[in-house]
Design a protein around this ligand. Structure first.
Ligand code: HEC
Ligand code: HEC
Length: 363
């Protein structure tokens, strides 16, 4: 059917109006750093691959500093009592020592807060991988009803009324406009700056330090068929940067024999074959990030080792690399001690005390 002619000018006017409206909503081009911003002195640690940064959110000194302030700012929550750092504590490797974090209304979730480390190399976020960028991830905790439980317009309004923020946004993004887009970009920049690469393992890997016999035995076990951790936690070809580049990203390591429907990566793919497959977590700083697993069910690394020694529970989606499921590994006491000794070489205490990651308002 032919459209009546009179609608053309009307439609043209409508498109102009929509265009203007969209232009107003669209992140304007000043959401990228101004020429005056200082490029962040990023250094890819030796043995790591170069990460890719989103072209519309390059790291700048000003952006990282702003993101750090926002990460510790309790005004990102509904009643001004909770910041990102309330659940991601630096002295716990930016994880939560509580099994389940408690949100502002006293309600607990059912997931253990993840350690924030070497996120510049992570392609999928959350235990079930439902976000794929730090910028989009940062939107969630603020509006999550059992976390910070507020709205973005409220957060924006609170920050606009602050004496410091407008100037900080000006420096990082070229104007004093404060928007959800800019807040999440700055948070993501700070999170990318959280690099841990100076553990004993790193120094050993770079030839700067030696392992004890026990640590070496643990390392060998970790990377052998008998210990078999390496299939999931680490990639021998890209420099053994644990958790940064797994061969597999989501896997069922046999915690349960009865799988919770719609859990794990299944939530993203809708495929029951992905049921109870969780993100393979980094083992960096694992000494400090207890409790362990997506639901924090294991309190100590000894318990984790016993889980893998037991072999895991068989189930429909159990990872084929859990080869000892149902039979067990039968490790000796020495082997278990060696695995633990090796995992402790992944501790980077300097990361936990690095003042450039700490609350800028802390005394
Ligand atoms: C109430 C506690 C709580 C608060 C507040 C909180 N988080 Fe989290 N965070 C969690 C939990 C729990 C998870 C895991 C959730 C899941 O997988 O479903 C998580 C996961 C993450 C991840 C994914 C890490 C990975 O390796 O996949 C990032 C990134 C993150 N949080 C950043 C932030 C930022 C940024 C803020 C502040 C805007 C914040 N969090 C506030 C509890 C919290
Ligand atoms: C088949 C893949 C796979 C293998 C093999 C494997 N893991 Fe895991 N590992 C995972 C997954 C997936 C998780 C998270 C599971 C969850 O939370 O449901 C995990 C969690 C962990 C955690 C808890 C980390 C945290 O932050 O909560 C530790 C520690 C760990 N594994 C150590 C080991 C060790 C040591 C070995 C070898 C003895 C090993 N893993 C073998 C996949 C594997």
């Amino acid at each position: 059917m032919k459209r009546p002619r009179w609608t053309y000018p009307f439609r043209a006017a409508l498109w102009v109006a929509i265009g203007l409206w969209l232009h107003g909503c669209e992140p304007d081009s000043s959401d990228v750093p101004p020429p005056s911003a200082t490029p962040y002195p990023w250094q890819t640690p030796r043995g790591f691959v170069q990460p890719t940064f989103p072209p519309d959110n390059p790291l700048t000194v000003e952006g990282v500093m702003l993101g750090r302030r926002l990460f510790y700012d309790k005004r990102l929550s509904g009643d001004n009592t909770q910041s990102c750092a309330s659940c991601h504590l630096q002295d716990a490797g930016f994880s939560d020592p509580e099994r389940f974090s408690t949100g502002i209304d006293g309600v607990q979730g059912n997931r253990n807060a993840m350690a924030l480390v070497n996120l510049a190399w992570q392609d999928f976020l959350f235990w079930d991988g439902r976000e794929n960028s730090l910028e989009s991830q940062a939107i969630q905790p603020v509006i999550d009803p059992i976390e910070m439980h507020t709205t973005w317009p409220e957060v924006e309004a609170k920050l606009r009324a602050d004496p410091l923020y407008p100037a900080l946004f000006q420096k990082a993004f070229g104007s004093d406009q404060i928007s959800q887009d800019r807040i999440t970009k700055a948070l993501a920049q700070f999170e990318r700056s959280l690099v841990s690469a100076n553990s004993k393992f790193d120094r050993w890997f770079r030839g700067e330090e030696t392992f004890t016999e026990e640590e070496l035995k643990g390392y060998e076990l970790f990377n052998s068929e008998r210990g078999d951790c390496f299939h999931c936690h680490g990639d021998l070809n890209t420099g053994l940067t644990f958790g940064a580049f797994g061969n597999v990203q989501f896997s069922n390591n046999g915690l349960d024999s009865v799988l919770v429907p719609w859990s794990g990566y299944e939530r993203v793919t809708g495929n029951p074959a992905d049921r109870a497959k969780f993100k393979i977590p980094t083992l960096r700083n694992v000494e400090y990030t207890a409790p362990y697993m997506h639901d924090g069910r294991l309190a100590t690394l000894r318990q984790v080792i016993e889980h893998y020694n037991f072999g895991g529970h068989p189930s429909a989606t159990l990872d084929p690399n859990m080869k000892a499921a149902g039979t067990g590994r039968n490790w000796s006491v020495e082997e278990k001690d060696a695995l633990l000794a090796f995992m402790l070489t992944l501790s980077d205490p300097g990361f936990l005390t690095d003042s450039s990651f700490a609350d800028p308002e802390a005394p």
